[in-house]
Design a binder for this molecule. Sequence first.
Ligand SMILES: C[S@@+](CC[C@H](N)C(=O)[O-])C[C@H]1O[C@@H](n2cnc3c(N)ncnc32)[C@H](O)[C@@H]1O
Length: 602
Amino acid sequence: MFELASGLPSEPQLRLIAQVLHTGGQAWVYWPAEETIERVDNERWLSLRRHVKAVKWMKRIGLPIDRAVTTWHRAPTGLRWIYRGEFPVRRSDILVKLTLLTLRAQPVPLDRPACGGDVLRLAGVGLYLRTDYWATGRDDERMSRVVAELAAISERVVCLTPRHDRLLDGMGVQQVVMDPPRLTAGEDAIVLAPTHYGPIVKAACQTLRPAFLYERICAGQSVGAELSQVLGIPYIVEYPGSDVMLREAIDGMAPFYPELYARAEELALRQATIIVAGSSNLEEHVTARGVDAARVLVVPGEAGLGVQLRTFVEGQAGATRHANSIETGDSYKDQIQRQWNRNPVGSQHAGTSQPRTLEWFLEVERHRYRVYAPWMPETMEFAHHAGHEVLEIGGGLGTDLAQFAMHGATVTDVDLAAGHLQLAEENFRLRGLRGRFVHDDAESLPFTDNSFDLVYSNGVLHHTPHTARVVREIHRVLRPGGRAIVMVYAEHSWHYWRKLVWLFGVKEGMLERMSMGEIMSRSVERSANEARPLVKAYTKSGAQALFQAFDRVEIVQRQLLAEELPSGLQWTLPLSERMLGWNLIVKATKPGDGRKASDVRN
Ligand SMILES: C[S@@+](CC[C@H](N)C(=O)[O-])C[C@H]1O[C@@H](n2cnc3c(N)ncnc32)[C@H](O)[C@@H]1O
């Protein structure tokens, strides 16, 4: 067993592992910080060697070039700043920063209230924060009522605000007014405001060491969430809704930086210990985006907010408001349920429609087949299985399964996440489709041998710990001549090497501290809670080996978006997608002459 000091073995360790394997021995690698052990066979050794070599060159050549290019690109900005005193927005810098903070987001728990005088109070100082300098001139009545509620349940409250508020005077709270940013006109000023407020709020937090930070979030602002993460301060977010935030900041105009506003909001929601929503509508919007309902407190109006917050904090430790879980005795499978009971896959693309309505499901579908993966309907053969018995493993919201059903297949979905299964059932009911929905584990399918003509699975097998077991189960339940169409993530892909290895692993230094498995677990799936699902990536030969009991195994590679490629290379998209796409689609046939399945058109 080789204990690794970073995400990858050292070169001497690699050589020793090779010797062990050559002499017919067995080798394991062990990441102590992750408490993870992995067996290394020849295929895995080759993969580790590829990573070690590539990372070495990325550090030797890639990093210095990247630094030079960044400096070169920053030069005009710096010069403009020196000569004009004007700091233009670098949209990509802000986006990268917000993306990384969002990846690392982790709510910080609040201490239980303690007895202070005659009432239960949140111990220590509560810091109330606002950075919406654009709302100047009006005393905000809601703000003063919220602050009064916080003061009633806290030892002391300090307000950090961008303007003096008369209503806060005489309330027994300390008000600290922050100087306005130098630039306050237009949207550039909004997205740059965190660089101005960040150091001020940080200094206040380091001096006061607040027990919690309460922020009424507003468009493009990320200071509260960032400091909560960096300084480990519990963070309570008052969420007025995206539309309201935009209306307040830019007065109903079409936003110039929509992706920055969306990312800042996502960061705040992911980092929040508690999200205070003014209505159950807002709560639904937040949970539909994958936020754990156990972190959302609905308080219509502000009366009683303090007491409800206190009770919520008391109850939060024991709160387990989520769908039924299956006891699997396997921590990886617990993570699967934790992830997909609460984070409906693809729901972030549902725009503004009411969650769980037909329009919501259709919006998810439109984004999937028109924007994200237009190749899917043809490659996944949705229209080619009329009259067949189709099983989908891990159907998510049921979007793909609905396509098979609409084209005349008899369909079954088996999913470990009860939350997903309920949504898929709801999707079918709203579309007037029929299907069977089974809550179970694909590693031991609850179906008799030879019962399906097609087993389909998209983005599932790389999350389950015993992938080979699932493939054996697929083989067992397929009729002779029946087909499997299974998508897993591709190691030899642009997404893997550019984003996961280069950007997160090398540039951000994550590989110094953690394995590629941990980087994927933290970054590949969108998760607004603490879930860290297992994620694996396969080479074509690895995928081929998994399906060795099948005949006619064909593997196609897809899934690359033009915007992922540098602009000068976008014309190569059709070819690049086939060589470097993030998805490997394995199509395989169970040996034998199935009567029904044999007439499948490819
Ligand atoms: C990333 S989602 C993919 C959902 C859907 N196929 C799609 O493409 O949108 C992974 C799904 O696989 C399910 N899953 C993972 N491991 C499973 C297992 N061992 N048995 C059944 N379902 C599983 C999860 O619950 C989740 O619904």
